[in-house]
Ligand binder design. Sequence first.
Ligand code: UDP
Ligand code: MG
Length: 343
Amino acid sequence: MMIEPVLTIVVPCYNEQEVLPETIFKLQQLVKELIVENLVSKDSKILFVDDGSKDQTWNLIYKEGLKSEFVRGLKLSRNVGHQNALLAGLLTAKEMSDCVISIDADLQDDIEVVREFIHKFRSGCEIVYGVRKGRKTDTFFKRCTAQGFYKLMKKLGVDLVYNHADFRLMSRRAIQELEQFKEVNLFLRGIVPLLGLRSDMVYYDRKERPAGETKYPLKKMLAFAFDGVTSFSVSPIRLVLIIGFFSFFMSLLFGGYFLALKFFGNTEMGWTSLITSIWLIGGLQLIAIGLIGEYIGKIYKESKQRPKYIIEMDMLNLLKPKNHLIQEEEPFQLELRKLTEMN
Ligand code: UDP
Ligand code: MG
């Protein structure tokens, strides 16, 4: 008989009070079903990571955590963004699980395919990617920009899984390897395929956000895409270099042309071509400098090696044996321990 793996579902949440009650309910339902179906162990959990929300998100998580044996929470000290919050969840969850599934709080991704995730994991996959079948639920604009982004990344030589966001299963082993990637500019979708472990895909339809609003408005989405490109590829810099060479040779040609005109006595021309080329070259130079600056900025951030997140409160550690340095338990710790001992 095979022992059921311990599963943890990691859910990053930023100002999600509108969708959380529903999400908490549905995920708990799912975990209970999975346990009954003998797919996962009874110790499986759902770990909500509060990414410095300003609304009632943490209160909702915390209260549910006290009540339910399946729900746990992790509170980050401030908003660090989706990718970092996700990483905080993964690294914390790996301590106590055999496999971890990450999913957005709005449950746009189909939780029914989680079963397939687990089947694949149990048959030996270290990473299972959830891949969207189509983009019917997206606006026309988002569909175009998103697909353009994946194509651009492919052209630049970055190995992304097409139409896969951050809905995936990772084994404990995979997360341990992920931990070795120390970069501060985190773009998980690009890093995970680099692990190269045995992986597979599961296809699903993505739904619309049931409530609340997207935390990725256009500005953030563009920043995210730009970050993805510059974190994984130096092709843009190379492109600038090529353009530089190109315009240098063009100017040689033009120089020859104008000299020839001069020698044959036709000296009328000049101002228009001169002023256009000044602007053209000036513009190109500014773009080039700006682009190089972008990369230097990245190096600057990496060299500081700042922590990517800080955990303010952790409903998992509170459950571990008492720390001797702490003389007295805080009221909420006591409350939590009593509840867990009762269970
Ligand atoms: N999120 C987060 N920190 C942020 C922004 C978003 O943890 O700074 C979470 C958010 O709560 C959600 C997930 O990231 O669970 C994806 O966000 P959203 O659903 O708004 O993005 P979309 O589906 O529109 O791309
Ligand atoms: Mg969403």
